[in-house]
Write a protein that binds this ligand. Structure first.
Ligand code: NAD
Ligand code: TYD
Length: 356
């Protein structure tokens, strides 16, 4: 089976490539533009694998995508390439519209042309799997309610609005042209190789640098945390066994307030890498002005994927977070150059600076 993974040099895409390449019956092409968030170092464990290859391309380039689909005889497309950071979408929505909406449209066009040229058996097996987010569903109150697959879309940020638009396009290509698509909407991922603009790696690295640990608002917003390797397993199942036209919610069953997440990281670091002077990393926690349009709570009901595809997360949050902190402590070769050359942790996404 031949996979095309777009965005495979990113956080989740690289986990998907590493996961798929462990199966010798799969061949994986990673198509990535290598934006600030793309990093070939995340593919180091598989860069010489017989079943892995890299293609430097932009998903907005329909011809390049079509050429790669044909050249590598692709059976399954997994579309992860995206601009992914909410705060950057507040500062500059343009790139999100281009890649997440127009790019998905170009991918769909290329995939449709390719799919129409396949023989009947290959045509039946082909899948276009679009990877989306629970943020398309918007803001949940603190009342125990959860997102199900049928929850109406109500995105709040330019990022989630662009992902919602792309999801609608993918469904339309199924309904209107018959392209066999599957979709998935997952909660917040965390784990190794996470770009340190997102909460968990940012807090770990700021703490190690003795910088302040910025908590937006009162830190009361709740996210559901999904270990990235659990997500990669779910994505393989959805891409290979999901029913065309369906979407699947993927969650980690681990709701936490942001403040609880930050405090747990501090406690793990206090044990693993105590500060000189004996103080706790918790002393670095700083409450900063809230993110504009900040969704209060996300929570996923993942019973459909458990029932239909037999997937449940293996990692609980305490175990996954301890593994993640340990990975960052052991892998400065990966994040050191990012912090020095790409992003050192300055505040992003304050709307007053934005010029859409
Ligand atoms: P990421 O920002 O770490 O990686 C994105 C990758 O896409 C990078 O390698 C980048 O170079 C590449 N890319 C960007 N624009 C491109 C273009 N025009 N053409 C080709 N490649 C391009 O993102 P991530 O966190 O790994 O997220 C992957 C997908 O999962 C995204 O679609 C995102 O919306 C979705 N998602 C992420 C999370 C999360 O918690 N990280 C949660 C839900 C959904
Ligand atoms: P983030 O990792 O950006 O993911 P998302 O916005 O997609 O959920 O943020 C996770 C939560 O942490 C979110 O509620 C915003 C909050 N947050 C902070 O409190 N401080 C920070 O420095 C960042 C980056 C996020």
């Amino acid at each position: 089976m031949n996979f095309l993974v777009t965005g495979g040099a990113g956080f989740i895409g690289s986990a998907v490539c590493r996961h798929l390449c462990a199966n010798p019956n799969y061949r994986v092409t990673n198509l990535d533009k290598l934006t600030y968030a793309g990093n070939l170092a995340s593919l180091r464990p598989i860069e010489n694998a017989h079943n892995y290859r890299f293609a430097h391309a932009d998903i907005c380039d329909e011809k390049a995508v079509l050429d790669i689909l044909k050249r590598d005889d692709i059976d399954i497309v997994m579309n992860l390439a995206a601009e992914s950071h909410v705060d950057r979408s507040i500062d500059g929505p343009g790139a999100f519209i281009e890649t997440n909406i127009v790019g998905t449209y170009r991918m769909l066009n290329a995939a449709l042309e390719y799919w129409r040229g396949l023989g009947e058996e290959r045509k039946r097996r082909f899948r276009f799997h679009h990877v989306s987010t629970d943020e398309v569903f918007g803001d949940l109150p603190f009342d125990g309610s959860m997102f199900v697959e049928e929850t109406p879309y109500a995105p709040s940020s330019p990022y989630s609005a662009s992902k919602a638009a792309s999801d609608h396009l993918v469904r339309a290509w199924h309904e209107s042209y018959g392209l066999p698509v599957v979709l998935s909407n997952c909660s917040n991922n965390y784990g190794p190789y996470h770009f340190p603009e997102k909460l968990i790696p940012l807090i770990i690295l700021n703490a190690l640098d003795e910088k302040t640990l910025p908590v937006y608002g009162a830190g009361a917003n709740v996210r559901d945390w999904l270990f990235v390797e659990d997500h990669a397993r779910a994505l393989e199942l959805i891409a290979t066994k999901g029913r065309p036209g369906e979407s699947y919610n993927v969650g980690g069953n681990s709701e936490r307030t942001n403040l609880a997440v930050v405090e747990t990281i501090c406690d793990l670091l206090d044990r693993r890498r105590p500060r000189t002077g004996g103080k706790s990393y918790r002393d670095l926690i700083t409450f900063v002005p809230d993110r504009p349009g900040h969704d209060r709570r996300y929570a996923i009901d993942a019973s459909k994927i458990a029932r239909d595809l037999g997937w449940t997360p293996k990692e609980n949050f305490d175990g996954g977070l301890a593994r993640t902190v340990g990975w960052f402590l052991d892998n400065k070769w990966w994040w050191g150059p990012i912090r020095e050359q790409r992003y050192a942790g300055e505040r992003l996404g304050e709307a007053r600076k934005a010029a859409p």
